[in-house]
Design a protein around this ligand. Structure first.
Ligand code: ADP
Length: 472
């Protein structure tokens, strides 16, 4: 079974968030299970592309509207990621440092998708499944079904995975000229609210769509940035499959980015050493509980609540609690979080920016990881934190609801709260501080969460079942 994953991100080539983690791991686990899975993504000008060697396997021109462009398909030479990796290079459009945030994002991702489909047609490659991820690849199901140029691909089942329904990539109809000739009697399949909406189109046109947790599948019909009605109508096409984690990358026993490796058996000592190092680095008090936040500083993640959560909790538990934040995002949130660094020096610090190695050190060093998310399609942070024996403190939504059970409920192991607000998050922090004082309980819970299995094996099998059902 040959499956091509099409994505804007793939760890370690380019990662901005969970999409990168998933596309860097799922194909590897699919290959281990006997599937011929490969990844096709844009060629960015980043460390991975600078330091690795690639072979040009295809070159061709194409027209983006009236604009003539040329593209290369490069294949990573060593297969060291555990799957075949192909990069589409389009000078001036895709070969950039940053994945997102460009004013010509529409042109960027439309050109990427057209180059991909043109390449399949001209090279005669016919996968059994086309697996698209998020809106950046959302036009593919429509194009293979309703553009004569790709009619040879029309019978290939398409699957779209929604990692985040908030971002939809919509653009004005006057940019239709960028697409190859399409059957305009089917134009409604591109449209949502009078604009071309790639995410909506992918849901309408794909054979099946998946969401990265079961709760998120239900929640999309209630709030999905304007697509609620669509998700409710297409509900039967949706399947919720929780993400796994790449246990080769996220393993405290082998992780070379952390100060001291440890297993469940040695978590007490291991955490103590990692915490002492992080606290020394950021001027925190290693004897007191450490609650951390890692992530994009945006409303979706409840990052705008952090300022109040931190100030209130540190005022209440004076000298008895630490907070550490790593993230970047909305400037106002960044500024607010940086502004209190001096007032709470000794028990609070923040690092604005993206830093993969530091994130590993924080997962290993912290006692708790807080996620006051308003929306969380799956959430990987809580899964990584549990793998590192760090108790998740989460708002019960989406994937957080599916993966974290409050320690006071039967079989529970984390701290969870229902309302996306400062009040309930602070109460959860209070409960965490009280829990920390109970050393025996903390040790039992740490060992328990480290033993939970969130590996890809089970989820990869669910994808294989889905592929198989579409092929047969
Ligand atoms: P999302 O994709 O919505 O941002 P996820 O929880 O699915 O959220 O995935 C977030 C991923 O990005 C995790 O691997 C997390 O560790 C990582 N991450 C987020 N922000 C940062 C940062 N500032 N530095 C390092 N890693 C980060």
């Amino acid at each position: 079974m040959k499956v091509i994953h099409l994505s804007a991100e793939c760890y370690p080539v380019a990662k901005v968030g969970g999409l990168g983690d998933v596309v860097g791991a799922l194909p590897k686990y699919l290959c281990q299970a006997g599937v011929d899975a490969s990844v096709v993504m844009p060629f960015y000008d980043r460390k991975f592309t600078q330091e690795n060697s690639f072979k040009v396997v295809h070159q061709a021109p194409l027209l983006l509207g009236n604009r003539p462009i040329s593209y290369d398909i490069l294949k990573e030479s060593t297969n060291k990621l555990g799957f075949e990796l192909y990069l589409i290079r389009i000078p001036g459009l895709l070969d950039r440092v940053e994945v997102y945030g460009h004013s010509d994002e529409t042109e960027q991702f439309v050109a990427f998708q057209i180059a991909f489909l043109d390449w399949l047609i001209s090279s005669g490659i016919k996968p059994d499944i086309l697996h698209c991820h998020d809106h950046h690849t959302g036009l593919v199901p429509f194009l293979v079904s309703h553009s004569a140029r790709y009619k040879e691909l029309a019978m290939i089942p398409t699957i779209c995975t929604i990692h985040n329904g908030q971002y939809q990539g919509s653009f004005e109809w006057d940019k239709l000229v960028y697409l190859p000739e399409v059957d305009l009697t089917k134009g409604g399949l591109l449209d949502w609210g009078g604009r071309i909406n790639p995410l909506a189109s992918s849901v309408k046109c794909c054979w099946k769509f998946t969401t990265v947790s079961q709760s998120y599948l239900k929640e999309l019909s209630l709030y999905s940035n304007g697509l609620e009605y669509l998700f409710a109508a297409e509900r039967d096409k949706g399947v919720g499959i929780i993400n796994g984690i790449d246990t080769d990358v996220w393993n405290p026993q082998t992780d070379t980015m952390i100060v001291k490796q440890y297993a469940a058996r040695t978590v007490g000592k291991g955490k103590e050493t990692n915490k002492a190092a992080l606290c020394a680095e950021f001027g925190l008090n290693a004897d007191k509980p450490l609650v951390s936040f890692i992530g994009r500083l945006v409303g979706e993640k409840g990052a705008d609540l952090l300022y109040d959560i931190i100030v209130r909790s540190l005022d209440k538990h004076k000298g008895e609690l630490n907070f550490m934040v790593l993230g970047s995002g909305e400037p106002e949130i960044e500024r607010a979080l940086a502004s209190i660094r001096d007032n709470y020096s000794g028990s609070y610090n923040v690092m604005i920016g993206y830093n993969e190695a530091l994130s590993h050190r924080i997962y290993a060093a912290s006692d708790f990881l807080i996620m006051p998310s308003r929306v969380e399609p799956c959430g990987l942070n809580q899964l990584y934190s549990m793998r590192y024996g760090t108790l998740p403190v989460v708002r019960s939504t989406g994937g957080l609801k599916d993966t974290v059970i409050d320690f006071e409920s039967e079989g529970g192991y984390g701290v969870s709260f229902d309302d996306a607000g400062v009040e309930s998050a602070c109460t959860a922090v209070d409960r965490s501080v009280a829990l920390f004082a109970n050393t025996a309980k903390i040790n039992t819970l740490r060992k328990k969460i480290m033993a939970l299995d969130f590996s890809w094996d089970q989820s990869a099998n669910q994808y294989i079942d889905l592929y198989t059902s579409l092929i047969s």
